[in-house]
Design a protein around this ligand. Structure first.
Ligand code: F6R
Length: 617
């Protein structure tokens, strides 16, 4: 996920920006850059890859006087990780850094290009600086132009902008992406003649970590906030233009906890983050009543009669979910392959098949190899991936990025969530292309998609309940996770999560399969985690659970409908559609594994024997 830093003051601006970016390295990035304005002169540097490359480029650059500076680490979402696409982005005499996604960038870009503006990058961010400069021409001052620009943007953003037209100011705006400003209490100088005036130096960042050690007090911006800072002023305005007082709080001094945003584990943070990252996944792709994928050409599907999905582990489970959605909504034959199996079984590949690989990292050796095989066989290929410029992205004909940001916990959570969200969108995109669903049904589902970020929000009540329940599930001779239809891949994923971080034996099964053998294991020490959605085969799934309950298996039911045959019951929200139930139950099984692992004293983020990216066969 991208990171932002900013500094206004007399200290060594270059060092402060580079040190700040280093503190954001843990978030993952593929390029970085800084722009510093001192004595009305800009210096800007960008580099692809690690920060040492940027340090190398800036080694002869010195900042000694008062300066304003902004910096950024970029995780590519629009456009490849190249120097041109790295931030800060330049207009004629201004630079901008931005986190988030500008949804209406294509419209703004077209208007600007019609006015003769030349774009250097493929990013959505670049429109901000050009739009600002366009507005500057008719505005009284830079702040008026900045405010106008902010009101013209749609989407999510945290923005810092610096401009020669007011060279001792940093402009900021926040909507949907985090940002804070910090001051150092010891250096606080208030000038009584200016209301709201504060301090001397000001620090900005997209999360706490870069400010620790520099700032004593921070103000977390709220959505809709925008304004500017100068040496003796911090001016914050709310969405409707009213001036606000800053609301300072003390900054924590614990860097590791700051990186985890205060959560106990990265995995926990990533579970909580799912609401925001899924909103990013949907952004710009969920139209009023249809799905738009700017990054792919619909001709990719010309002549395609089958989709074959290939992946490993959690990504394989999301591929399995896709097969239900593609066949149900897009009416296209779909098959799913475990990549390590596919490689060696001399598969028949026909050119009317679109070969889709799914990978969080884009580097998994087995999946990559199947992609190579498909390319060699002349198939069209698509990758659903979280890391731009990864080996799979470079190789495939087309890419859809999941935009989950870096995932630190070895047990995958938000990567899975964003993959399934992409597949749901893709099934509707294909349904339109293939005329397999009525337009009003597509529109209904498009509006459901917008509800996923709410469905995956973790409530205190839910987390507390799971925490309490977890103590009853620390032993036994195994777990069955069971579900029907698309809840079967979710059952597999739930079982995998539990195995990975609790080291307890767990299996995922289709509910209807229990009586064909596995039910022989049923006894009180066999724990069954039953997924019982209201809107998909409820009665069928319920009777499968009853069969287990009759054999005295210990049942934990997850359902919006109370189930009296269960020993434990986690109630989910009554909602409109089984896919929203899917996403909420996904969070439940993730938290369930997490809390069991915590009680067992395991290393949640780095479970034994596992690696985050499996680049060997
Ligand atoms: C499980 C997990 C793994 C990965 C698998 C494939 O939590 O993370 O099962 O899903 O190793 O990795 P990617 O998606 O990077 O290809």
């Amino acid at each position: 996920m991208c990171g932002i830093v900013g500094y206004l003051g007399k200290k060594n601006t270059k060092e402060i920006l580079l040190d700040g970016l280093k503190e954001l390295e843990y978030r993952g990035y593929d390029s970085a850059g800084i722009a510093v304005l001192q004595d009305n002169q800009f210096d800007s540097f960008k580099a692809v890859g690690k920060l040492v490359n940027l340090e190398e480029k800036t080694k002869d650059f010195v900042t000694e006087n008062f300066a304003v500076g902004i910096g950024h680490t970029r995780w590519a979402t629009h456009g490849k990780p190249t120097e041109l696409n790295a931030h800060p982005h330049l207009g004629d005499s201004s630079y901008v850094v931005h986190n988030g996604i500008i949804e209406n960038y294509a419209t703004l870009k077209k208007e600007l290009m019609d006015d003769g503006v030349r774009f250097l990058s493929q990013t959505d961010t670049e429109v901000i600086v050009h739009q600002f400069e366009k507005n500057l021409k008719s505005a009284e001052n830079a702040f008026e132009a900045f405010a106008k620009t902010i009101h013209e943007l749609k989407g999510a953003y945290a923005i810092l902008l610096v401009t020669k037209s007011e060279d001792k100011t940093i402009f900021f705006a926040k909507h949907g992406s985090p940002m804070l400003v910090g001051i150092n209490g010891e250096n606080k100088v208030s000038s009584p003649e200016r209301e709201g005036s504060l301090g001397y130096e000001k620090y900005f960042a997209s999360s706490d970590a870069p400010l620790i050690g520099h700032c004593s007090d921070v103000n977390y911006f709220e959505d809709g906030d925008y304004g500017y800072v100068t040496a003796d002023e911090l001016a914050i305005f709310s969405k409707n233009g009213d001036k606000k007082k800053p609301n300072f709080s003390k900054l924590s001094t614990n860097k590791l906890s700051a990186q985890k945003d205060g959560y106990r584990f990265f995995m926990e943070k990533e579970i909580y983050e799912q609401s925001t990252v899924i909103a990013d996944t949907l952004m710009g792709r969920v139209g009023d009543d249809e799905i738009l994928f700017d990054e792919i050409d619909s001709s990719l599907f010309d002549g395609i009669h089958e989709i074959k999905l290939s992946a490993c582990g959690t990504s394989y489970h999301s591929a399995l979910s896709a097969s239900y959605l593609f066949e149900r909504y897009s009416k296209i034959k779909t098959s799913v392959e475990v990549a390590s199996e596919f490689r060696y079984r001399s598969p028949v590949m026909t050119k009317d098949t679109l070969f889709v690989v799914i990978s969080q990292s884009g580097e998994t050796a087995d999946t990559l190899e199947t992609l190579k095989m498909a390319k060699e066989a002349g198939l069209k290929t698509l990758v659903i991936c979280n890391v731009d410029n990864s080996s799979m992205v470079r190789l495939a004909d087309a890419t859809i990025l999941t935009r989950a940001g870096i995932e630190k916990g070895v047990a995958s959570t938000k990567a899975f969530a964003t993959q399934v969200a992409v597949f749901w969108m893709m099934s509707l995109y294909l349904a339109k292309l293939r005329n397999s669903l009525e337009a009003n049904e597509i529109a209904r589902q498009v509006s459901l998609l917008r509800e996923i970020p709410t469905s995956v929000k973790v409530t205190d009540a839910m987390h507390e309940k799971i925490k309490r329940l977890s103590k009853r599930y620390l032993h036994g001779h195994g777990f069955f996770f069971i579900g029907r239809d698309i809840f079967y891949p979710l059952a597999l994923e739930g079982a995998l999560k539990l195995k990975e971080i609790s080291y307890l034996h767990a299996e995922g099964y289709p509910s209807g399969e229990m009586k064909h053998g596995p039910i022989a294991l049923a006894d009180p020490e066999l724990f069954t985690i039953a997924l019982l959605p209201q809107h998909l085969l409820y009665e069928k799934a319920k009777s499968n659970v009853e069969e287990l309950s009759a054999r005295d298996s210990t049942i934990c039911a997850i359902s919006p409908i109370e189930f009296d045959k269960a020993d434990d019951f986690i109630q989910t929200t009554v909602c409109k559609d089984y896919m929203l139930e899917f996403f909420e139950m996904m969070v439940v099984v993730q938290l369930f594994s997490l809390e069991i692992s915590v009680r067992l004293g395991n290393d949640v983020d780095m479970p034994r024997n596992l690696a985050k990216s499996v680049t060997v066969e």
